[in-house]
Design a protein around this ligand. Sequence first.
Ligand SMILES: O=P(O)(O)OP(=O)(O)OP(=O)(O)OC[C@H]1O[C@@H](n2cnc3c(O)ncnc32)[C@H](O)[C@@H]1O
Ligand SMILES: [Mg+2]
Length: 204
Amino acid sequence: MVVHGEISFATGNQNKLKEVVAILAEGHPLPFTVKAANLDLPELQGEAEDIAKEKCRIAAQQVGGAVMVEDTSLCYNAFKGLPGPYCKWFLTKLGVDGMYKLLAGYEDKSGYAQCIFAYTPGPDVEPQLFIGQTQGIIVEPRGPPAFGWDPVFQPDGFDQTFAEMDKSVKNSISHRYRALDKLRSYLLELPAPSATNGTNGTPS
Ligand SMILES: O=P(O)(O)OP(=O)(O)OP(=O)(O)OC[C@H]1O[C@@H](n2cnc3c(O)ncnc32)[C@H](O)[C@@H]1O
Ligand SMILES: [Mg+2]
């Protein structure tokens, strides 16, 4: 594989970083070296796609080079996709128990986890988006509260929540895995920079 250089993965969330590193290590490497950039990125408002794009633009300006970011949503079908990108605030204020109880008055407990990766080779280049979703149901919290809303999300086809299942199982079916896999395919298709242009290409 030709390594094209370096991409900074900008996030303030160490659990996201750990999962991305694990997914890439489990046989899905990128044709780039991924470097962590611990940035405190703003919580923007709007549609999830617009949030991911703007977050990527801001991160690219701060890093001054190739950047990937991601924005994660937990979407309840009964709420037409909310809390969606605002799940962070729901989680912070209500806890996982409250996130389950929100649906008390609704029969439809179905929903989906969504991750949108945004990638740009540098500031001033329009970010590209890669969307991954995992369908499931919102359940009473089960499993260790190690990462966000994992205890209330049970993916379809499994009887365990994301929090209960082995990390390697989550990482093989998750919204994050699916979005990252699309980004990986895109990066693999990119032409390698020429060896004479003085940029970051290191043929191997
Ligand atoms: O710096 P960034 O990358 O923005 O990190 P963040 O923690 O602010 O993350 P988001 O803005 O994407 O908000 C998503 C919320 O959902 C949580 N979250 C993200 N991915 C998750 C996953 O796979 N399982 C459970 N919770 C998750 C995360 O902890 C946040 O509370
Ligand atoms: Mg955030």
